[in-house]
Design a protein around this ligand. Sequence first.
Ligand code: PLP
Length: 421
Amino acid sequence: MKKPFVTREQIEKINETYKTPFHLYDEKGIRENARKLKAAFAWNKGFKEYFAVKATPNPFILNILKEEGCGCDCSSYTELMLSQAVGITGNNIMFSSNDTPKEDFIKARELGAIINLDDITHIDFLEEACGIPEKICLRYNPGGVFKVSTSIMDNPGDAKYGLTREQMSEAFRILMDKGVKEFGIHSFLASNTVTNEYYPMLAAILFRLAAEIKAETGANITFINLSGGVGIPYTPDKEPNDIGVIGEGVRKAFEEIMVPAGLENVSIFTELGRFMLGPYGCLVTKAIHEKHTHKEYIGVDACAVNLMRPAMYGAYHHITVLGKENEPADHVYDVVGSLCENNDKFAIDRKLPKVDIGDYLVIHDTGAHGYSMGYNYNGRLKSAELLLKEDGSVQLIRRAETPKDYFATFDFCDILKDMDC
Ligand SMILES: *Cc1c(COP(=O)(O)O)cnc(C)c1O
């Protein structure tokens, strides 16, 4: 059973000040989870989590994570700006981008970020843009399919990211010639893995690669970046990952492969997004219509603009009707938003208790890749983001968009100047 981290009474109170829909984040959950991650990797002296900013690009959230010892994993100019704004700079930024524009590399270099190169051709591109730093990371793509026991987790051979095995060796040699003194290796082989085996398996692949490359080139490898991909159970039938077990699995591989290779001082880095924030955010929306046609519909005041994953991937997000947690789920609904797009459905054929107009629905696990994927189709505006603090109070951490925000990009001309907004 999935339980929301708020009650109907709390939401009714919040709704007096902040109107639905809104994203709500749970500070207590975020901090506790960040501490569990840190404890799981405490065996590694240099361990650091670089939070994947794209998952939840909010400075208030980044500040909480900063207090818990995290850095930022950025992939764009504006994500670098956000990181800078909260005082996360230098080697506390991992710049893991791809198809990177020149100005992004320049900004990353200015901030002293660790640059993670996605391609061998980016060596020359970076050198021309802003020079090669003394410390650099390379992103590896082994190709093929990535399996855990017999099931295929993901398909790296189809992924646009990273260098091949041969290119890795060549890139190390070129970069050593160009004066690089410290190296890291990164790879992201599977997304949203709900198994404790993913990180240990990935780590073993990267550890072996590091040992091989060290033997081949004598390069000074100082960190392994396991990237993101540790998932969360979106459906109530799945067991969550145990980060303690994951940390132990990585430690075992480290002792088997890294220690004998003389790589015992290497730091482990992660770039988790979903695992850090996913379960600690929800989208709160209100039922505003019911419609009985060929199917039973509940229309809510949020839409795919606020949460795109169901429309984009058919992703499951669990829904709780607040105040009806203990009522039988004896109705079947499509829960829909207002976009003129038939895929704007938060749930299809979902068993729920009877929903009445005015009921609050909590859409679970929207803390990562939720608000941040939003867009403005149909001129729909993005919602506010609120933080449920540890003391139970609520803080606005991003206001809702207004029509003025939507029209802001016409501010170079007069056409909308008389509009009252
Ligand atoms: C998206 C991304 C992440 C975070 O992925 P999660 O699935 O949210 O953990 C980390 N690193 C890179 C390079 C990414 O693109």
